[in-house]
Design a protein around this ligand. Sequence first.
Ligand SMILES: Nc1ncnc2c1ncn2[C@@H]1O[C@H](COP(=O)(O)OP(=O)(O)OP(=O)(O)O)[C@@H](O)[C@H]1O
Ligand SMILES: [Mg+2]
Length: 389
Amino acid sequence: MRIFKDEEKLSPEYVPQELPHRENELNMLKTYFSSIILGSPSISTRVIITGSVGTGKSVLAKLFCQKAVSEAVRKGVELKPLYVNCRISKTTFSLLRKLIEQLKARLPERGLSNEELFHKFLDYLEYKGFYSIIVLDEVEVLLREEGSEPFYLFSRVGEERLKTPRISTIFIFRNPEMLDALDASTRSSLLGNVIHLREYDYNQLYDILKYRASLAFRPEVVMDESLHLIADIASERGDARYALDILWRAGKYAEAENSTQVMPEHVRKATASVYPTIRREHLEFLEQHSKLILLALAKALEAEKSAYVTSSTLNDYYRLVCEEYDVDPKSYTSFWEALQRLDDLGIIKIRVVSEGSRGRKSYISLPGVPTSILKKELEPLLPGKQARF
Ligand SMILES: Nc1ncnc2c1ncn2[C@@H]1O[C@H](COP(=O)(O)OP(=O)(O)OP(=O)(O)O)[C@@H](O)[C@H]1O
Ligand SMILES: [Mg+2]
């Protein structure tokens, strides 16, 4: 008995045509970008979307871009939406390359500074008569790697050109405090249009689940009680991704048992196997040393039987893990930087405690996932271990 109609409709990449409880935010975006959609912008618009994990930041920006393009087409405006995830393209240069690649523009990339390349990109848009809404998602990592430069490019350089502004930008941050890392003038040119997405409450999650279940499952398959239970479990975090992930897995359990319905028991089983803070795609895109650090953390927490390890203890374990995999460990500074990136991604938590005259100590923990699961997820992503004789 098939219970799914189209399980893809529950995947995190799928962009649904409706976003229950984000209608206002969608309208706000429409208002901010209305002059671009009409092809007569006098200034370039910049909007910041913030909100914690799974509050719908990425999907809101993507759906808005789709709607903006179809509106622009009706008005005869050539609007190109460009989307870059800065967790993957984490330098200014790779970000610019990604933009150019999506435009299918052939531009010389060698021997140009980032700023020159950015001007070429703008020249190309002008030459083609294109307008573009650029979505820079998960900006934290880029900000940590590059500081203000990319923000300076997107906020100031465009303004210095006297022609019609061709690009407008949506920046997506999880944590708005990251903006404090920018220099004052760049920051002030960015602030203004900030849309903050609050965490979803129980009722909102229920509506979202009901809607997505109607797309993904055959009618009447998912018991209403199951949706209520998932909404209840996920409302502690207000995270729609977590809620949809449980729904999908509950469906898989039901399917495996040849059940005709997705029942609360399937939800309970699913919940036991879904960990909201680790996302498989996050782990895959980590650089090798970050994976090794996480593996070291899992081992250290297990061996020390404790909730925290200090950064220096973790560094010792990291060196052992490197030896096991036959790679050279990175310097302590690089190790520390990698830890901070893992903290930005929400995979680990760093707590810095001042210890009076003895200085400060950093305690590292793994808040949302058992060490055994993390190890199981990481091991296939790492190269083969050094054979032991
Ligand atoms: N209002 C909504 N209606 C329907 N689906 C939603 C809604 N909000 C979020 N979702 C879905 O929840 C999942 C998570 O949303 P999204 O990826 O946009 O979160 P995010 O805020 O970008 O999270 P992160 O900070 O982890 O990147 C996606 O599958 C998305 O389609
Ligand atoms: Mg996102």
